[in-house]
Design a protein around this ligand. Sequence first.
Ligand SMILES: Cc1cc2nc3c(=O)[nH]c(=O)nc-3n(C[C@H](O)[C@H](O)[C@H](O)COP(=O)(O)OP(=O)(O)OC[C@H]3O[C@@H](n4cnc5c(N)ncnc54)[C@H](O)[C@@H]3O)c2cc1C
Length: 394
Amino acid sequence: VKVLISGAGVAGPCLAYWLERYGCEPTIVERAPRLRTGGYIIDFWGAGFDVADRMGLLPQILENGYRVQELRQVDRHGKRVSGFSGKVFDRMTDGRFTSLPRGDLAAAIYEALGDGVETVFGDSITAIEDLGAEVRARFERSASRTFDLVIGADGLHSQVRRLVFDEESRFENYLGMKVAAFEVSGYRPRDELVYVTHTELGQQIGRFSMRNDRTLFLFVFADPSPDIPADLPSQRALLRQRFSGSGWECPRILDALDCTESLYIDRVSQIHMDRWARGRIALVGDAAFCVSLLGGQGSALAMIAAYILAGELSRANGDHEAAFARYQERLGSFIAGKQKAALRLAPFFAPRSRFGIFLRNQVMKLMAIPFVGELAVGRDLRDSVELPDYRPRV
Ligand SMILES: Cc1cc2nc3c(=O)[nH]c(=O)nc-3n(C[C@H](O)[C@H](O)[C@H](O)COP(=O)(O)OP(=O)(O)OC[C@H]3O[C@@H](n4cnc5c(N)ncnc54)[C@H](O)[C@@H]3O)c2cc1C
């Protein structure tokens, strides 16, 4: 079975990995000229962690990951106002929890791919025609080809979704916030293994010190306009406009931003679709059901979905429609729950009022108390999804 996968992010390579194991021939087409490595630091636990374990990736992931000791909220003078120990998460996940740069996770998955996976960088699908017995795909650069199946793993702004289903606006729920992330070398001060955040009305900035003298910054801010500036100078200008009046280290962080060539910036949005498949074409990861960074779990969910999609395809013996239906049946309500949970967390990132900030700090204080933390987030932390063992019986 020849499967074309659009996107070499997290979901795409994970899907290719499992499909190859089940005897399929995956081809990944990625628009970027090489594997994209930027982005924020993600918390990684739950069923996604289990998928990584089944792929043999844990040694690498744990080596690249960080055991965050503290989440610390500071005021505009850098003074601690609240926070809690990272042990809360360790306890709730039996130690199966790490925080690692998204790019390191993507690279670990990509490096695990076997020789049977073809990857084409610097290209993109321009047209998809479902011919009934096969699918013809046209590309920006390569010659057109036919495949048995096409899977869109091309993220929040999926091209496959646009070509086969409908315009993004029909499925996107913009949550009124934007996210930006970048990394620099040599930034001071450093707080090893502490995730430091400073929250003001409608916006938050976070700093995390990484190995090799790198520091990662994450901005989240409320913005009624969904437009993302097209180029780096205007993206920097937007962040400057929003954060230049902020306290804490913001002026220094904005200066550091001027020295970076790589900035990730996007809308905080969710994608809601009734069906993730049509004919021989399906979607996976953010393309199908983006939960947004508020859920803190987008990459893990992308891996879970890729694992189940590949497994159901292998089980269905060529009946792709049955496989796509089982895939959505297994995941639909689980994902819907994650999307709802993510919405509950929105006020943590960009509180709408001074009272919201106060409340956030109080909740963070409570999180430090065992059992309260468990009660507050335990339900959202646990993944109520089954990961069947799809390995062919020998
Ligand atoms: C560089 C980068 C940085 C990120 N940083 C953050 C962050 O700071 N905060 C946050 O909340 N989320 C971030 N994300 C999103 C996060 O990685 C995803 O929510 C999660 O990993 C789900 O994975 P995915 O594979 O479904 O989508 P993604 O990881 O977004 O991967 C999608 C892939 O598809 C590729 N692609 C897009 N369009 C096309 C096309 N037309 N043709 C071919 N390929 C295409 C993209 O280049 C990308 O490699 C980032 C994504 C990327 C790509």
